[in-house]
Design a protein around this ligand. Structure first.
Ligand SMILES: Cc1ncc(COP(=O)(O)O)c(C=O)c1O
Length: 401
């Protein structure tokens, strides 16, 4: 028996679950762990009732078979309506493909478009799984950084333009609203990025999975409001805005009909045919649920308000701790905080997360996994009393208690 695994397995690493095995062990030993590592709203906010009812209806109606490869027409139509209503973007239903979460769309993107040594441009900090899927295809990843300016995370379009001019980039990813910084990009920045991508023949990927979760005065704009007749793909899904992570439903939209967009859409469908279909009852459930726009507006309003409150509370708490600093997020439900290694007497961010978990039973994610060392990521979804406990634990940790 040859026990040598495929080379690419070494890239399959998700820093968000870095210490999951250890956490399980600690829980078995009777420890109570506060987990602020995973961005799963359905743990802290119940999935809305109208969505649960819609899932039951889908099952009662017998939608338990495989669906078509690209997804059921009922849902693709609703997605088309959603983008029309929210962003005035119009496209044919055939330009949408339903995926098993945005995660699968990220895999399709790389399998469809990346060959060995192709350059891709990713901005740090990033949502971690963009990296392994690109690396598995042998991509060279070029990084640029978000910067903290005037207590806001933002991108440097001048530098991005230089990179785009000097390197042949195949695709560039924008995550807006951003995980893990909570940044929401301005109209100007989006406009510049769309222009840079067009000028330099870069496929633009806009991950808009948190589009309805913006607060603290921010306004979200879809990249579709700024692009021209250029190839771009929108990734979105039902995990966050619809609080239905376990449904595993996402989608990719190819709004323009240029030749690259057409080829990519075709390639996504071919790749999707290998996994037959995405979750059929979940697709019908979301199609039914999207019919009830009023209920969704009501639910997302409540969730957004609560997330704003919790995120601001936790950010303030973090900024009250010696050796930590965090910019106030304006979207999604994460806080990306810097740590002073000397103050906390740790080697690096991984050491910080490990020691905090062992000593204080608080579980965060190390910033290096998101492309920035000496930071940690907090998920701000837990109720205030849990966040308060987390802040107290961090204060004790800083004091060496
Ligand atoms: C920016 C971003 N993209 C994609 C995903 C994956 O989402 P899903 O596969 O649940 O649709 C996440 C999940 O946290 C995310 O934060």
């Amino acid at each position: 028996m040859n026990a040598k695994l495929a080379e690419i397995v070494k890239y399959a690493h998700n820093p968000i679950s870095e210490y999951d095995l250890l956490v399980e062990k600690l829980i078995k030993q009777g420890k109570e762990i506060i987990k602020l590592n995973q961005g799963d709203p359905a743990i802290f906010f119940k999935t809305p009732k109208h969505i649960i009812e819609a899932y039951k209806r889908a099952l009662d109606e017998g939608h338990t078979n495989y669906s078509s490869i690209e997804g059921v027409s009922e849902l693709r139509n609703k997605i088309k309506e959603r983008y029309h209503n929210l962003y005035n973007l119009d496209f044919d239903e055939e330009r949408v493909i339903i995926t098993n979460g945005v995660s699968e769309a990220i895999m399709f993107l790389n399998n469809a478009y990346i060959n060995k040594n192709d350059n891709v441009l990713i901005l740090s900090p990033f949502y971690p799984i963009y990296i392994p899927f690109a690396k598995m295809r042998g991509a060279r990843i070029i990084f640029d950084k978000y910067e903290e300016i005037n207590d806001e995370w933002t991108i440097n379009t001048e530098r991005i333009e230089k990179i785009a001019k000097n390197k042949k980039i195949k695709y560039m990813v924008l995550i807006n609203p951003n995980n893990p910084t909570g940044a929401v990009l301005s109209e100007d920045k989006l406009d510049e990025i769309a222009r840079i991508a067009k000028k330099n023949n870069i496929l633009l990927i806009s991950d808009e999975i948190y589009d309805e979760i913006v607060y603290n005065g921010a306004k979200f704009h879809s990249i579709s409001e700024f692009v021209d007749d250029q190839p771009y793909i929108i990734f979105n899904g039902f995990s966050k805005d619809y609080d239905a992570t376990g449904f595993r439903l996402g989608y990719a939209i190819f709004p323009n009909k240029d030749s690259l967009s057409n080829k990519l859409l075709d390639a996504f469908i071919k790749l999707a045919s290998l996994r037959i279909s995405s979750n059929t009852p979940a697709q019908y459930a979301m199609a039914y649920a999207l019919d009830d726009e009023k209920e969704h507006k009501n639910e997302i309003y409540k969730m957004r308000k609560e997330i704003e409150k919790r995120t601001n509370f936790l950010t303030e708490g973090i900024n009250g701790i010696r050796g930590m600093h965090a910019v106030r997020p304006r979207g999604a439900f994460y806080i990306f905080a810097s740590i002073d290694k000397k103050v906390f007497k740790v080697k690096d961010d991984k050491d910080f997360v490990y020691k905090l978990l062992i000593k204080k039973s608080l579980y965060l994610s190390p910033g290096s996994g998101f492309g920035m060392k000496d930071y940690v990521r907090f998920v701000s979804l837990a109720p205030q009393e849990i966040l308060e406990k987390a802040i107290n634990l961090l204060n004790e940790f800083e004091k060496g208690a």
